[in-house]
Ligand binder design. Structure first.
Ligand SMILES: Nc1ncnc2c1ncn2[C@@H]1O[C@H](COP(=O)(O)OP(=O)(O)OP(=O)(O)O)[C@@H](O)[C@H]1O
Ligand SMILES: [Mg+2]
Length: 374
């Protein structure tokens, strides 16, 4: 009996449901792609590109747009060095610059004994000699907002020209928290170099979600596996979660469920059980990148919220949380801001007292505990 290579599959192409899949059909983002291209175009002629901020809720196509633009750049010009940085994985200035080094030289810097200064030097000299324009996308830049990391990183990228003659550089920042205001988060001198063009990615409407999911199913799953009735259920769930990614993950899991049961068609039960997992992919991905102390704090917030009403107040929350994880108020507040940026919680000023914040978890406390390993 062979277990791994069972010959029954309902997938035409499994890859189309993977997170790193770049869809060939990429509709509804024409205006945004045009605007991005317009801002970047000076770099094709060796000038400094305009910096860009892409804003839009999760799953609205920001990353995909950048990947499409970068692939066009690679195909059409040698003048620009496009560097894509996923800030969820590369969350220090040093890590960002190792990616830039890799983009410039085609390989990573030595793993030990190399300083940020040396990386900066080598990158700056190479760009200056080769007369190339550096274009760095800091994807999910909000993950760098803590401790001024984004400030220092953007500063180092945009000020390369001061030390290295003729170097031109620009950044594309993406954020999924539409309230993020970089003018408040970055120092005045960084803002004055940044002066970004802001491009908004609106959520897809119901018909757009339907068409995108339909196309992906057509590419990835054999005809007849998902009936039109089941398809409507998938669309409904994707809209409920408000993230296209949840819809895509839902399809993949539901089809796998049918496959596992050796059925040829997806049933409502497959979709329901897949949704239980898919709806939490955003939570799971976010918690994964928190450090131990942050996880501990989030966990005790979840425990506190289970005892209290779902709205928590910052002062009382602080008293409760620091029992489990000792910390000062500044650290506590910085972490709250980070959780808010990551869309794990919502935080707003309390109308009764401007210093107090009203806080609530965006997910069920039990799920948060589960993800935090509590
Ligand atoms: N217009 C579109 N056509 C086809 N697929 C799309 C479209 N927009 C987004 N997608 C798909 O939806 C998923 C999420 O898109 P993407 O990663 O670009 O979103 P995002 O805005 O970067 O989200 P986040 O803020 O969470 O990072 C991807 O799998 C992508 O392939
Ligand atoms: Mg993204």
């Amino acid at each position: 009996m062979k277990y791994l290579m069972s010959d029954q599959t309902l997938f035409r192409d499994r890859d189309v449901f993977e997170a790193d899949y770049l869809p060939e059909q990429f509709n509804y983002r024409d205006a945004q792609l045009r605007e991005m291209a317009f801002a970047i175009r000076p770099a094709v002629f060796g000038s400094r590109p305009n910096n860009v901020v892409l804003k839009g809720l999760p799953g609205t196509g920001k990353t995909t747009s950048v990947r499409h633009l970068f692939s066009e750049i690679r195909e059409t010009t040698q003048r620009i060095v496009p560097v894509y940085v996923n800030c969820q994985n590369h969350h220090t200035r040093f890590m960002v610059f190792t990616r830039i080094y890799e983009g410039v030289f085609g390989h990573l810097p030595p793993t030990t004994g190399i300083s940020l200064r040396r990386i900066l030097n080598e990158v700056g000299c190479a760009l200056s000699e080769r007369k190339k324009v550096l274009l760095v996308c800091l994807d999910d830049a909000n993950y760098l907002l803590h401790d001024g990391v984004l400030n220092d990183t953007v500063f180092s990228i945009l000020r390369l020209y001061e030390e290295f003659q003729g170097v031109r550089s620009g950044v594309i920042l993406t954020v999924s928290n539409t309230e993020t205001d970089f003018r408040k988060e970055l120092d005045a001198c960084v803002i004055s170099s940044l002066q970004p063009t802001e491009i908004y990615f609106p959520p897809y409407c119901c018909d757009e979600v339907r068409t995108i999911l339909q196309e992906r199913i057509h590419q990835g799953v054999y005809a007849g596996v998902i009936s039109s009735e089941m398809f409507e259920l998938i669309v409904e769930r994707a809209l409920l979660a408000g993230d296209l990614r949840v819809g895509l993950d839902l399809i993949r899991r539901a089809v796998l469920g049918a496959e596992q049961d050796a059925r040829k068609m997806v049933e409502a039960g497959d979709i329901e059980s897949a949704f239980e997992i898919s709806q939490h992919i955003h939570l799971a991905n976010s918690v994964k990148i928190l450090n131990t102390e942050e996880k501990k704090m989030l966990r005790s917030m979840a425990e506190y919220s289970m005892q209290e009403e779902c709205i928590m107040y910052s002062g009382e929350l602080f008293d409760s949380v620091r029992e489990a994880a000792p910390m000062g108020y500044t650290t506590f507040f910085e972490r709250l801001k980070k959780f808010d940026e990551m869309r794990l919680i919502t935080m707003r000023s309390c109308w009764r007292n401007g210093n107090t914040r009203e806080i609530s978890l965006r997910y069920e406390a039990e799920k948060v505990l589960e993800e935090c390993g509590g």
